[in-house]
Design a protein around this ligand. Structure first.
Ligand SMILES: [Zn+2]
Length: 392
């Protein structure tokens, strides 16, 4: 009974919030030209608004490509389908933008009355113009692509900030998560939480910056330090917030070990040397996909793991690699055994962290003395400049 009352109150609040905040149908030139732009008035009355998917009727929601296959990609989803399929509006709303934008091609942004905005890019043809109102499930574009395959770039935004679509819907069933979601303005980000019982907060994990499903190129499986394609496409910097990581999201690479040679110094050491005995297990620091696993000059046997955050981790001088290029690994999974292959005079693991091919000091994120992940937030820009802040 208590929960029932609460959800009714939340529903009323969400009705007030939506009706009060989003009325504008005359968009400014900037709103008609830019994908990521704040929604005027959205957070002017309250730092939080809610959207209720528990009572939504079937006719009020459509997956953008009902027969498509969706996967995480870039700031949202890539949905593949057959050429010529119609792209559907997810909810009712008003088309804010319909034009061609580099990186997206023909793209449509719809502003919905519930406060969300949805983005549909890569279209062969846009069928609606800025200012037109659309209903849920209405055909708004023809999906574009190469050959027989068509693909849609799909994103969800709140106040111009991207929200992980998988927080709100299942990419397998195409169904909405039947929850009341709250969206809270935190300045540089929007925090999404499930608000059914009024208390439970589920913060978003790091946005996925890299499409780990993409087939690796020959260059990627043959070189250790190489730029990550698309990492800075459509964005000037990436943020990795390690403070949000749970204990199961990370693992120090070696048990019972200590540092014998730090990063940097006179010899421009590209990583940190961590000492153990021979043939000790080396653990994946984070979940990800093995990009590289073989011998590589001075590194000896080396493994490079690409993580969805945009980070890559490197483990080398191994006596034996236990995983192959293309394998998915979990944080803490044994991936290799320590050795002294390559240029090494004693058994140790030369461990590196890299972003877009550039090596950074592993001590930025790992407390080597206590074998702990530091609660820090990294912001790295396209030119490689990195800033590290304490985070919580
Ligand atoms: Zn080293």
């Amino acid at each position: 009974m208590k929960i029932h009352t609460k959800s009714i109150i939340t529903l009323i609040i969400s009705l007030i919030a939506c009706c009060a905040s989003i009325e504008a149908e005359d968009f400014t030139p900037a709103e008609k030209a830019q994908i990521n732009i704040p929604t005027p008035g959205l957070f002017s009355k309250s730092k939080t608004f809610t959207v209720d998917f528990t009572s939504l009727r079937e006719s009020e929601y459509s997956f953008p490509l009902p027969v498509g296959k969706a996967r995480a990609s870039g700031r949202g989803l890539t949905i593949t389908t057959t050429r010529g399929d119609a792209v559907k509006a997810m909810f009712a709303g008003t088309v804010r933008l319909s034009r061609n934008i580099p990186g997206y091609g023909n793209v449509i942004v719809i502003r919905h009355r519930n406060g969300l905005e949805t983005v549909y890019g890569g279209n062969a043809q846009n069928l609606v113009r800025a200012g037109s109102t659309v209903r849920a499930g209405q055909s708004i574009a023809i999906a574009g692509g190469v050959g027989d395959e068509a693909r849609l770039i799909f994103e969800i935004m709140v106040n111009g900030r991207n929200i992980n679509p998988q927080t709100l819907l299942s990419i397998n069933s195409h169904k909405l998560q039947k929850h009341i979601f709250s969206f809270t303005d935190k300045g540089s980000s929007v925090v999404v939480a499930v608000n059914d019982a009024g208390e439970e907060e589920v913060e978003e994990k790091d946005e996925s910056m890299v499409d780990l499903n993409r087939e690796l190129t020959a260059a990627e499986t043959n070189h250790v330090g190489i730029t990550t394609p698309d990492l800075f496409e459509g964005r000037s910097s990436i943020t990795i917030n390690f403070a949000k990581y749970d204990s199961k999201d990370w693992c120090y690479p070696l048990r019972d070990s200590h540092v014998i040679s730090p990063y940097g110094g006179k010899r421009h050491h590209s990583g940190v040397d961590i000492k153990t005995g021979p043939n000790d297990e080396i653990y994946a620091a984070f979940a990800g996909k093995v990009r590289f696993s073989k011998r590589y000059s001075g590194y000896g046997n080396v493994i490079v793991i690409r993580h969805a955050s945009g980070l890559e981790t490197v483990y080398s001088h191994n006596s034996k690699n236990l995983v192959s290029s293309g394998d998915w690994v979990k944080a803490g999974q044994a991936i290799a055994l320590t050795g002294r292959t390559g240029r090494a005079t004693t058994e140790h693991c030369h461990f590196e962290i890299r972003i877009n091919g550039r090596a950074y000091n592993p001590a930025l994120i790992f407390d080597h003395e206590n074998h702990m992940l530091k609660k820090v937030k990294l912001v790295v820009n396209r030119s490689g400049k990195i800033s590290v802040t304490e985070s919580r």
